[in-house]
Design a protein around this ligand. Sequence first.
Ligand SMILES: Nc1nc2c(ncn2[C@@H]2O[C@H](COP(=O)(O)OP(=O)(O)OP(=O)(O)O)[C@@H](O)[C@H]2O)c(=O)[nH]1
Ligand SMILES: [Mg+2]
Length: 329
Amino acid sequence: MQFIDQARITVRGGRGGDGIAAFRREKYVPAGGPSGGDGGNGGPVVLEADSNLQTLLDFKYKRLFAADDGRRGGPNKCTGASGRDLVIKVPCGTEVRHLSTGILLGDLIEPGSRLTVAFGGRGGLGNAHYLSNRNRAPEKFTEGRDGEEWPLQLELKLLAEVGIIGLPNAGKSTLIAVLSAARPKIADYPFTTLVPNLGVVRRPSGDGTVFADIPGLIAGAAQGAGLGHDFLRHIERTRLLIHLVDAGADDPVGDLRVVEKELEAYGHGLVDRPRVLVLNKQELVQDEDLPAVKAELEAESGRSVLCISAAMGANLDLLLENVWRELGI
Ligand SMILES: Nc1nc2c(ncn2[C@@H]2O[C@H](COP(=O)(O)OP(=O)(O)OP(=O)(O)O)[C@@H](O)[C@H]2O)c(=O)[nH]1
Ligand SMILES: [Mg+2]
């Protein structure tokens, strides 16, 4: 499933440091001459592709990225220090465009690849530069230039590997919220989720896998009922489905059938997609009744069923272990 993650940022190179006017004053050196140094250059802003990042979420909160300014020149023809490069890490596959014109500035695909998006301003010249035969004591110096400033549009195409499906209210959004940093709306009524929510779940290796919480499916979704139709199309490209069944529902087995039927009706090989069947809200069933509910679902589906509670955080490790195993990672 492909989603586009977008962010708008402004990048600004550092301002160049000013040159200065100064004169050499030293014992036994009369009329030592102009010695004002140049300002340092402002630092550039550089984007760098980093394979540890998966989303542009970090840019939702911080918008302006400004590199350091260059320092003023010093006496004795000392050039001021240049501003340091400001390196901003972005996920691999980030496209960088100029915001208003849409011109593509670069595509950061390979880990470690870099793109300078704003150059720093040049440092000004000190008065030592203006020494000439006609003017032995120039007072002139120049100021540093401003760095470039550009509004940018970052765009990342995300591929969700795992889709979370189930009837409305099964707890899909709750699950993605406890597994990842995603914060979708959660409520005890159906159709809370209207568009897919993405969350990045950390694997033990530290890398992330993108999960998608899909709006609830209902009977007839494959024919376009409810919100399910569009979203079935989305999950076509996931590698694995987590099918959540609400243990507190009147008829969990009936609920399971509804979703199975929709997957079948939709076609495109969705029913054959690797699937982890999960009974959520396990604490809503009496402990002694849980094995029976589980057995019924297993008999109906021919799959083994994992009992969890997304809200209480029970058996989530077990669920993820299953997911990584199914994905072969
Ligand atoms: N008791 C209990 N309640 C849960 C659990 N997981 C989710 N819920 C509750 O179930 C309700 C529905 O949760 P959501 O996560 O919004 O369900 P959803 O599947 O995303 O629903 P839609 O977006 O409408 O399809 C909320 O009131 C949750 O607090 C659980 O493990 N135990
Ligand atoms: Mg939801």
